[in-house]
Design a protein around this ligand. Structure first.
Ligand code: ZN
Ligand code: ZN
Length: 571
């Protein structure tokens, strides 16, 4: 994202010395100046004399330091090869540096690294947001907009995709001039360029499809053209890809546009989507889809002029959401869900989740006929979940058809129950601990239709997204910029201004390491007493004393209870 300024204390770089053969004196490590008594000495490069020997451990430490001191954005890595190559004799070290990916993962911890996955959330940390805000405050308006800071500040990004990197780079060359610039940059083989420290070679793809001599074909190419480049090693073989090269894409769920937001681009996108639906499924579905409520969001800085992802919210009793790529698909899904929900409402004589019912006409479990229960979930139109009360006060959950339920007006527990806050994992039938709680009296007998989302269906549309390589993202998390957690459906269903704050207690941050940005360490040190104070004030004294004795840290993440499953229960 930005070149970092962290400068860890590096061991003194070895002074350049003429490479001369000299009599072997006492062997000494060029980093720590200790001898063999401190560990085996190796000669990792072509240096001779006093520069020749190092402890493997010392060299590794140096390589890690170099990697840590580098910015997290891959664009800035190319020039700094000190971890790979001896800066005296310029030979590559025989002992390879750790990969950036392994190193970053060692800083974030495996628990956090494993959260870089679809359906998890990356949220800007408080210190990081405040730092960005301070910088934004000092900027003139046009710069504010040009900087990407507004995209990161107090953001919560839901990861929508993690894709393998194929090592291919596609260049779109619209003009002769841009084509000319590429030709000028080509190396002696007429097909390879150096870009951002990478060697890239043109392939027989895109406009060069089928070309036998790439160099010749490139020379003859005319604009507009698409050239596909592959990353290659110095010897010309394709560079192997690792999972650290994975592309992570995510959308910010915290920047909705006003509900009445309307501009030519969004109008065009919606019109095109409706036309597509009409062509494929007919005018009837076009009409249904036209009713779908669209909520536009600023999703992120990449590809910001188009809708790159849609979230289709569950309708009626279902509180999941589905991540869909294209707007027509999303609108169609939303319309179908809405239709299904309204059909099951018709079928149910107005009974919705939370309504009290009596079972009847059951053909198999006849002993349950006449038993009272509370409707929990109507998400699957033909199979509803109903909690049955039993004598001992426990509840049992059954699934039954809507037509086997009749509304019950007599009171079940003294008080009529209110709709139950739906557990995220709707398949988890046995987990109704907490059970059915008696609630303040509601209007007696009134069917309660819990209808958080209107029958028209809702699609969140994200204009643009954010993209990182997995290693880059881990690096930024290791710096302390971002916290992570699993996304629950409620995070997406919540009001936009509560989506970030709702994560506060669940976010896990990387432990403080050599990677952590100094300003963040400072801010955290300053904030800790304040936070403790606030916590003490907020809690009973007993609980607080206990809590202060074991402050919550990111490194404790593994001790936390496992998060509920099914982050993206699709309805
Ligand atoms: Zn040493
Ligand atoms: Zn050397």
């Amino acid at each position: 994202m930005e070149p970092d300024e962290l400068e860890p204390p590096l061991p003194p770089p070895p002074p350049p010395q003429p490479i001369i053969e000299e009599e072997e004196g006492e062997r000494m490590c060029r980093y720590c100046f200790d001898g063999e008594e401190e560990g085996e000495l190796i000669a990792p490069c072509a240096c001779k004399g006093g520069q020749r020997w190092v402890h493997l451990e010392c060299l590794r430490r140096w390589q890690r330091m170099v990697l840590v001191s580098q910015p997290t954005h891959p664009m800035f890595h190319g020039d700094d090869l000190r971890q790979q190559t001896c800066n005296v004799c310029k030979q590559p070290y025989t002992c390879e540096p750790p990969t950036r990916h392994d190193l970053m993962r060692s800083f974030t911890g495996v628990e956090i690294a494993s959260l870089v996955d679809v359906g998890c959330i990356i949220a800007a940390g408080e210190e990081f947001s405040r730092e960005l805000e301070e910088q934004l405050d000092g900027m003139p308006p046009y710069l504010r907009h040009a900087s990407s800071y507004e995209h990161w500040c107090r953001s919560a990004y839901v990861i929508t995709g993690v894709q393998d990197d194929d090592g291919l780079y596609e260049l779109t060359l619209d003009t002769e001039r841009s084509l000319e610039r590429l030709r000028e940059a080509l190396g002696s083989d007429g097909a390879t360029v150096s870009l951002r420290g990478k060697r890239l070679r043109a392939t027989a793809r895109g406009s060069l499809e089928g070309a036998e001599d790439i160099g010749e074909a490139l020379a003859a190419l005319e604009a507009p053209a698409t050239v596909v480049l592959v990353e290659v090693n110095a010897d010309g073989t394709p560079t192997p890809r690792s999972c650290g090269d994975d592309h992570v894409a995510a959308v910010n769920v915290c920047r909705p546009l006003p509900e009445d937001w309307d501009n030519p681009r969004s109008r065009a996108a919606v019109a095109t989507a409706l036309d597509t639906i009409s062509t494929k499924f007919g005018a009837e579905w076009r009409e249904e889809c036209d009713k779908v409520r669209l909520v536009h969001h600023v999703g992120g800085p990449c590809d910001a002029r188009s809708i790159v992802r849609c979230f289709v919210l569950g309708t009626g009793g279902a509180r999941g959401y589905s991540i869909v790529e294209s707007l027509p698909d999303a609108m169609l899904l939303a319309a179908r869900l809405a239709k299904k929900a309204s059909e099951s409402r018709d079928l149910s004589q107005g009974i919705g989740p939370g309504a009290r019912v009596r079972l009847q006409n059951l053909a198999t479990a006849t002993d349950l006929n006449g038993v009272l229960g509370v409707v929990l979930d109507t998400a699957r139109g033909d199979r509803w979940k109903v909690a049955l009360a039993s004598e001992d006060g426990t509840s049992r959950i059954v699934t039954c058809r809507p037509e086997t339920l009749v509304p019950e007006t007599s009171s079940l527990y003294g008080h009529p129950p209110t709709p139950i806050e739906q557990n995220e994992s709707s398949d988890d039938d046995e987990s109704m601990d907490g059970g059915i709680e008696a609630a303040p009296p509601a209007e007696h007998g009134a069917p309660i239709t819990s209808d958080a989302t209107p029958a028209t269906g809702t699609v969140l549309c994200f204009w643009g997204d954010a993209r990182w390589s997995r290693t880059q993202l881990l690096g930024e998390i290791a710096r302390g910029h971002w916290g992570m957690c699993r996304a629950y459906a409620r995070d997406v269903h919540a009001a936009p201004d509560q989506r970030r704050s709702g994560l506060e207690d669940r976010l896990v941050f990387a432990p403080v390491t050599a990677m952590t940005e100094e300003s963040i360490v400072r801010a955290r040190t300053q904030m800790r007493p304040l936070r403790e104070q606030a916590r003490l004030a907020a809690q009973g004294e007993e609980g607080a004393a206990e809590d202060a004795a074991s402050p919550r840290r990111a490194s404790d993440a593994s001790n936390e209870p496992p998060p509920p499953p099914s982050p993206m229960g699709s309805p």
